[in-house]
Design a protein around this ligand. Structure first.
Ligand SMILES: Cc1cc2nc3c(=O)[nH]c(=O)nc-3n(C[C@H](O)[C@H](O)[C@H](O)COP(=O)(O)O)c2cc1C
Length: 161
C-alpha cells in the first residue's frame, strides 16, 4: 500500500480479534514510531505496556474492544509550557507513526483518552512530570468502521500575503 492509501484507510478500531500480535512486530513499530520529529531531540515519549491486572482496574467500558495489547503512551513535560506543548506534539507524532506502521501490516489501533487525567494516572504509575497522551489498544480488527469524512482542506486554508 502506498503511504497515501495507508493514511486514508486507517481507522480508529473499536472491535478486535483475539489473535495475538507478534511481539517483534510491536517492537519494530515502536522503533519506527521513535523516528518521530522531536524538537531538541527530547524524545519525550515513554510506553507502558499494560498487563491484565492494571487493565482490569482501568475498567474500560468495552475492555478496549478486547484488543490483545493495550499500552499507555506518556509524554514528558518540559521546563516551560512551550516545551511541554512541543513534547506533546512530538509524542502525538510518535503515536501516529506507530498507528500507521501497525496498519501497514493490517493491525489496527484504538486511541483512547481514558487516562488523560484522574485516578487512572495513579493506576498507570504516571510520574508527576509526565502526561498520558493516549491509551492505545492494538490488535487485528474484527470490524473496520466506515470512513468519517473530513472537511475539505480548501475550507481550512488561508493564503497570507
Ligand atoms: C487525542 C485523542 C484522543 C482520543 N480519544 C478517544 C476516546 O477516548 N475514545 C474514542 O472512541 N476515540 C478516541 N479517539 C479517536 C477519535 O475519536 C477518532 O480518531 C475519530 O473519531 C476519527 O476516526 P478515525 O480515526 O477512524 O478516522 C481519540 C483520538 C485522539 C487523537
Amino acid at each position: 500500500m502506498n503511504i497515501l492509501d495507508l493514511i486514508r484507510s486507517r481507522r480508529n478500531i473499536k472491535k478486535f480479534k483475539a489473535d495475538a500480535v507478534e511481539p517483534n512486530l510491536i517492537q519494530q513499530w515502536l522503533e519506527a514510531a521513535a523516528m518521530a520529529p522531536n524538537h531538541r531531540m527530547t524524545e519525550p515519549w515513554e510506553v507502558y505496556m499494560i498487563g491484565p491486572e492494571t487493565r482490569k482496574k482501568l475498567n474500560h467500558k468495552t475492555n478496549f474492544g478486547n484488543a490483545p495489547i493495550v499500552m499507555a503512551v506518556l509524554s514528558r513535560q518540559g521546563a516551560t509550557k512551550i516545551e511541554t506543548d512541543e513534547n506533546a506534539a512530538a509524542t502525538a507524532c510518535f503515536i501516529q507513526n506507530f498507528n500507521l506502521a501497525a496498519w501497514s501490516e493490517g493491525v489496527g489501533t484504538f486511541w483512547s483518552s481514558i487516562a488523560i487525567k484522574g485516578s487512572n494516572q495513579e493506576l498507570l504509575q504516571v510520574p508527576e512530570n509526565y502526561d498520558v497522551l493516549g491509551v492505545i489498544a492494538v490488535g487485528y480488527p474484527e470490524e473496520v468502521p466506515e470512513v468519517k469524512p473530513r472537511t475539505p482542506m480548501r475550507e481550512k486554508m488561508k493564503y497570507l500575503p
